[in-house]
Design a protein around this ligand. Structure first.
Ligand code: CTP
Ligand code: MG
Length: 335
């Protein structure tokens, strides 16, 4: 009888697709906003080229990975192939240059974990952080964007999950909860494991793109235009996937023993990664493997308090998807 009820619930869930699609659409940034970002980027490229002709500027993070919300700040990486640079000196120099070009609130944070220069452009109103040689972030941004082009359901799911995480305040790494980057990887992994799969595992396919960054070989199949119909034999819709995602993280994931891995498109054992015990501040209470920096667990920020918060929020979300008449409203209720 329970199985029948479960199936009835699942079959009925499609009636919630429309509200989820509406939320998704409301969260996509407008074209004019993207145009402003390009405008600021062009200005920055100009300034940087005058001082460092061999440097390149790349956008990374949510402004470039296709999972950005409206009105977000932009993240820029200045890449320069020179072993002799001193990052702090360069950031201070950069801050000078930006200030003389009338950019505002310019601030060099040379002692941060990732040293950056912050600025605000008074013309477009966009705030921006510039870091130096964080090229892995540029490459993982491309990986996320390439995945998003394969099946629209990834963007729909990830926007929903990010919106939920921000509303419920579980997207705050300094409070021990997960980064947006981690949530998007969880969504990709979830769609790789649907049967039939909605996303492939690009890193297990014959590479068409390959770069070496900080001694890490990053390669994968990036000719994603050829994968347009990859997920079409799976007919699951957004409400069903949101339901499945929260159900997985609330009740099905084996937190004690497993690691989710987008790189392999599978679930790995904590043992094989040697992530079974606390080392320093890394507790490995929820394990999400970085696709390129494979020794990096994106769950390492989570501690014994925040893991409870996270799991309670996953359960709350799963229950809402399971029972609520209007899950879309309740799911995003501010914490
Ligand atoms: N990043 C990373 N390793 C992390 C966290 C982030 O490499 N542990 C990089 C990724 O390239 C990511 C970018 O930094 O795309 C920005 O991370 P984050 O702020 O978590 O994601 P956004 O997509 O910018 O999300 P938001 O809209 O919340 O700003
Ligand atoms: Mg960001």
């Amino acid at each position: 009888r329970e199985r029948k009820m479960y199936m009835a619930c699942r079959n009925d869930i499609h009636r919630h697709d429309a509200p989820f699609i509406a939320v998704y659409k409301s969260l996509i940034p407008a074209e004019e906003e993207l145009e402003k970002q390009r405008q600021l980027m062009a200005q920055l490229e100009n300034l940087v080229a005058k001082e460092w002709p061999h440097a390149k500027l790349y956008l990374y993070g949510s402004c470039a990975n296709s999972f950005g919300f409206p009105k977000s700040d932009i993240d820029v990486c200045l890449a320069i192939d020179d072993d002799d640079i001193n990052k702090s000196d360069m950031l201070l120099k950069l801050a000078d240059i930006l200030e003389s070009d009338n950019l505002q609130n310019v601030q060099a944070l040379t002692r941060a974990r990732v040293p950056i220069v912050k600025l605000m452009d008074p013309v477009t109103g966009i705030s921006c952080d510039i870091c130096i040689n964080n090229v892995l972030a540029v490459v993982n941004t491309k990986l996320l964007r390439d995945y998003s082009r394969i099946d629209v359901r990834l963007r729909q799911l990830a926007f929903t999950v990010k919106h939920w995480a921000k509303s419920r305040r579980v997207n705050e790494t300094y409070q021990g909860t997960l980064s947006s980057y981690a949530y998007v990887l969880m969504c990709i992994h979830f769609l790789q494991l649907r049967r039939p799969p909605i996303l492939p595992c690009l890193q297990e396919m014959k590479p068409t793109y390959s770069v070496r960054v900080d001694n890490i070989r990053c390669s994968y199949f990036d000719d994603v235009d050829r994968l347009e119909n990859f997920g079409s034999s799976n007919r699951e819709t957004i409400a069903e996937l949101v339901w499945g995602f929260f159900n997985y993280w609330a009740y099905a994931h084996d937190y004690a023993n497993t690691v989710v891995s987008v790189r392999t498109g599978s679930i790995l054992g904590k043992r094989e990664k040697d992530w079974t015990r606390r080392v320093g501040n890394d507790r490995h209470l929820i394990c999400i493997e970085d696709p390129f920096e494979t020794s990096h667990d994106l769950g390492r920020v989570v501690d014994k308090f925040s893991i409870r918060v996270l799991r309670e929020e996953f359960e709350r979300a799963a229950e809402i998807m399971h029972q609520d008449r209007n899950p879309c409203a309740k799911l995003f209720e501010p914490y």
